[in-house]
Design a protein around this ligand. Structure first.
Ligand SMILES: [Zn+2]
Length: 419
């Protein structure tokens, strides 16, 4: 038996299912104590597996004052990422990574089962596990972990180094990866096991949160003509933003062609007025603008600010009371890895060896840690189990056979490159 066959036969489906269920039962919602608990759990387990583990208790004060700090959207007093490594320096260094923070469950009544039970069920003949974080992305993390256990069981790493990592704070900006990069963690390639339905995702659109404050002049609704409705002033602004969205999505790069709006521009919240029979004197709208991979965050900001300024210039009231544009919250720059780069080629080979066909390759319309690793000089792609359509939703789930298939591809990749 060759090394690959030995390693594949060391994969253990039941152990993989159990690991994933255990991870789901730790409710590591972004910003809660369980976000650290899940990191400590994995660190302990990876030590038992014989890996050299480092617990990165992130120096939050230093990180938050860094000029490239990616932002946070929750209150944290502690944050931990974990790296676990094995091998030598006689070959390439591969980093396989997952984030173990999950988004809040939202409305509990929208779930048909306990979001943190980790129970396995059969739906339409498929073995699935329901729960917050199943798809995004504890299944990917569990697949990486199982692959490493199988490879180590057959002493499958001969030349080079494998590092696996669990990061926190991905959902609110990328704190956990940023902390690892600041701590000096690097590799020749990085694969993030985010849910891609086993496609290779080498590029991400970015996303920025904006806030618009429109001032009007409040007055009793019966004297409307002597006031200025901030809401009515906002309506043509919204139309202009929709036009901008169409323009920015008209001619996407080929990697993004499959999406109707790869760089969506959308208003998420609007607050205006304080009384039904008053003309609202103030409106605050918050939204999200996608960042194209061929532009910088600064360029995307300027494009939106220019449209708002142009609209204000042609309205006498708004010319005298310009709309305030602010950029609060998480900032995801776009990320772009060459489709001929090493991680893409490694994954194509491993996926093809396993499945007998080439994986799809496309860009994702949302941000991820990919852009942070790329900027640190580590070419990075996403590849993992789960359909991102079900991420962040009620009744989030992942297919356990697909999760096992991801583990098989990871085993092949590790043995192909380091065996
Ligand atoms: Zn994710």
């Amino acid at each position: 038996m060759d090394l690959t066959t030995q390693a594949l036969s060391a994969l253990d489906r039941d152990r993989l299912d159990a690991s994933l269920a255990t991870l789901i039962r730790i409710p590591s919602v972004v910003g809660t104590e369980a976000e650290v608990e899940v990191a400590e759990y994995l660190a302990d387990q990876w030590e038992l597996d014989g890996l050299e583990v480092t617990r990165h208790d992130l120096p939050l004060t230093t990180i938050r004052s860094h000029e490239d700090y990616p932002g946070e959207e929750v209150v944290r007093t502690r944050a931990m990422s974990v790296t676990a490594t094995y091998g030598n320096d006689d070959g390439p260094h591969i980093l396989l990574l997952g984030h173990t923070d999950v988004v809040p469950i939202g409305d509990i009544d929208a779930w048909s089962a306990d979001p943190f039970s980790g129970d396995i069920t059969i739906v339409d003949g498929k073995r699935i596990i329901f729960g917050r974080g199943t798809c995004d992305m504890k299944a990917g993390m569990a697949a990486v972990w199982e692959a490493v256990r199988a490879v180590l069981a057959v002493d499958g790493i001969k030349k080079g180094r494998l590092t696996i990592a669990s990061v926190c704070g991905e959902e609110d900006g990328g704190l956990g990866t940023f902390g690892l990069i600041q701590a000096g963690v690097r590799a020749d390639v990085c694969i993030i096991a985010e849910p891609t339905s086993l496609a290779i995702v080498p590029a991400n659109a970015g996303a920025l949160t904006f806030r618009l404050t429109v001032l009007g002049k409040a007055i009793h609704a019966s004297r409307k003509s002597e006031g200025v409705s901030a809401f009515e002033k906002f309506l043509p602004i919204h139309e202009a933003l929709q036009k901008l969205e169409l323009e920015r999505n008209a001619d996407p790069d080929a990697l993004f062609e499959r999406w109707n709006f790869p760089f969506a521009l959308s208003i998420g919240t609007i607050h205006a007025g304080d009384w039904s029979s008053s003309v609202p004197g103030k409106l605050v709208a918050e939204g999200r603008i996608g960042v194209r991979p061929d532009e910088t965050v600064e360029q995307a900001k300027q494009t939106l600010e220019r449209v708002i300024a142009d609209m204000c210039a042609v309205d006498p009231w708004l010319a005298a009371h310009p709309i305030l544009v602010e950029w609060p919250g998480g900032m995801f720059a776009p990320g772009n890895t060459d489709i001929l780069s090493a991680p893409v080629q490694m994954l194509q080979r491993a996926h093809n060896d396993q499945n007998g066909s080439d994986p799809q390759i496309y860009g994702a319309p949302y941000g991820s840690d990919l852009r942070l690793w790329n900027r640190a000089g580590v070419p990075t792609v996403q590849y993992g189990p789960g359909d991102v359509t079900y991420a962040h939703t009620a009744d989030e789930f992942v297919d356990l056979d697909e999760t096992f298939a991801a583990a098989q591809t990871f085993v092949r990749l590790i043995v192909n490159e380091l065996g």
